[in-house]
Design a binder for this molecule. Structure first.
Ligand SMILES: [Zn+2]
Length: 323
């Protein structure tokens, strides 16, 4: 079984937080032990859904998961250089440029070549001086309306900033700054306002120059914000296309008929379901999507939780007829 929470929940990596919550609730209801008493398979599925939601169900948790391996996570919970220069140190004479590059990233190709060349010549490594702060990637969820009209969003931003006390000068030293203990940077939080331009599309990236992690000596990285448009219940994005599920009765799916749907702009329109339609069939409705774009509808089946007596009798008849 996959431990990737996105795979467990069956949501795309760029799903909005609201979509993740909606999918989780639906799955949790379906696999809840109350609904499947004593069933080990359902219980296991329920637990994995729960674990997946624990991991990406909160804004903070999801940010942490998405940025796993990035600098701010590595720095959390202690000083990665705490052994440096104490005699115990790192085995094999690892230099601070090597270590720092793992935490800060952001080395460009030219710097990498320079670094490799200086290594080959067995020169003292100067890469720490030319290193830059890493970029930070984050997601921002807005409504379809806000995307159309543009909006300002307050955004809680955590990043590495130069140490207030030593201004980064203590970087790589074992003493000298009680504040950063030789890191030259510390994690700080601030609330920034992000301007989303009108006409933003799902998956669009905003790059905020120098708003990424700062480096004690080098240039700060950028903050990259992935815009996600929350399309509301029953809708999702697929490769930039808006897909809307249309729940249809089994009989209508087989015999054809008319169904009323509500478009993203809250318009009610009637659509015709051809006879012998199948679950997963798609139709494109031009001009009915977000901001006047196309809307792709996808047929799904209505699965009733309860049946009345008449319906059961009718279904028994269908069963006799091999349906
Ligand atoms: Zn300091």
């Amino acid at each position: 079984m996959s431990d990737n929470p996105y795979v467990v929940l069956g949501v795309p990596k760029d799903a909005t937080n609201a979509e993740i919550k909606r999918v989780y609730r639906k799955l949790a209801r379906q696999y809840h032990p109350d609904r499947n008493p004593g069933d080990a398979a359902a219980e296991e599925k329920f637990k994995s859904i729960q674990a997946a939601y624990d991991s990406i169900g909160t804004v903070e948790g999801r940010k942490e998961y998405d940025n796993q391996g990035r600098a701010q996570d590595m720095f959390r919970g202690g000083n990665p250089f705490s052994n440096f220069g104490t005699g115990g140190g790192f085995p094999g004479g690892v230099d601070i440029g090597d270590i720092f590059s793992q935490f800060m990233g952001g080395r460009n190709q030219q710097q990498r070549n320079e670094f490799e060349a200086s290594r080959a010549r067995k020169e003292p490594n100067r890469s720490a001086e030319t290193e830059n702060g890493s970029d930070i990637e984050s997601g921002l969820d807005i409504t379809l309306d806000d995307a159309k009209n543009g909006t300002d969003v307050k955004f809680t931003h955590r990043r590495l900033k130069k140490c207030k006390k030593c201004d980064g000068r203590a970087f790589g030293t074992t003493k000298g700054c009680s504040e950063c203990k030789g890191l030259g940077v510390s994690t700080r939080e601030s609330v920034i306002t992000v301007k989303v331009p009108p006409g933003a599309i799902h998956g669009q990236q905003l790059r905020l120059n120098k708003m990424g992690n700062e480096h004690p000596h080098g240039k700060p990285g950028d903050l990259i914000i992935n815009i996600r448009l929350d399309a509301e219940d029953g809708r999702r994005w697929e490769n930039g296309r808006l897909i809307q599920e249309v729940p249809i009765n089994y009989t209508t799916l087989l015999l054809g008929g008319n169904v009323q749907i509500k478009t993203p702009s809250n318009k009610r329109i009637q659509i015709e379901i051809p006879a012998r339609s199948k679950i997963g069939d798609r139709r494109r409705l031009n001009g009915q999507g977000h901001d006047g774009g196309p809307l792709d509808i996808e047929f799904t089946i209505i699965e009733p939780d309860k049946l009345n007596k008449k319906q059961i009798i009718a279904l028994e008849k269908l069963k006799e007829l091999g349906l």
